[in-house]
Design a binder for this molecule. Sequence first.
Ligand code: PGA
Length: 261
Amino acid sequence: MRDVIVAANWKMNTTPADAGELARTIASRTAEPGVVRVICPPYVSLAAVRDAVVGEGIAVGAQNIHHELAGAYTGEVSAPMLAGLATWVILGHSERRRDAAESDALIGRKLGRAVEAGLRPILCVGEQLVERESGRAQDVVASQLAGALAGHDADTLLAAGIVIAYEPVWAIGTGRTASGADAAAMADAIRATLRSSGWGPRADAVPVLYGGSCTSATIGEFLAEPGIDGALVGGASLKPDEMAGMVARAALTAAARRAAS
Ligand code: PGA
């Protein structure tokens, strides 16, 4: 049975002074059984969020790591530096692909660093609007996956708890979402790509999240799809009411899966 996950990507929002309070409020409003909750604040707010959610069953994640362990990389943070601060990490977010020119190969190196450091990776993939409109969305995502996963052992990634987040770029921060059916088709395509690249039936154990303008009003459309295991949420994850609604909806899916298993 795959985890049902609601992961909050706070992006470049919150200060250490207000992140703790926001995390505490979210924790108190989202204590639903069976849902894996993750908050990914900016690096400088990791300690505040970690302290705020002690004993709440909420995991803390970083939004990125560097592909090297240490050295002359001004302004960067490596995976081992997150020890004691975070247990998850988002990798290959489209905003980093866009703003930091992250390639699939580089994301693949980061994935290796995450696994070595015991961080649970959320690997983000997703197509641009022109790619979807020209019918190439699944090919683009398959190629992103192949590039990032090349050279990685399926068992190692599974043991690390790898999660794939399907985030169509045109849906991120735009208020426009994919349809549940399109997201489910992509989740199937993602697992088919894994299956045919040596994962075999282990592909079915990988949680796939939807991301892109997800809110409490829309998460149900995605969670109604058996192939989708939750959401990676940006804007709405900064609002406790929204987090409460999304985690409550996710708890229904988690309970239904428990009952069916
Ligand atoms: P959004 O961001 O929910 O604000 O669209 C999602 C993401 O980028 O992870």
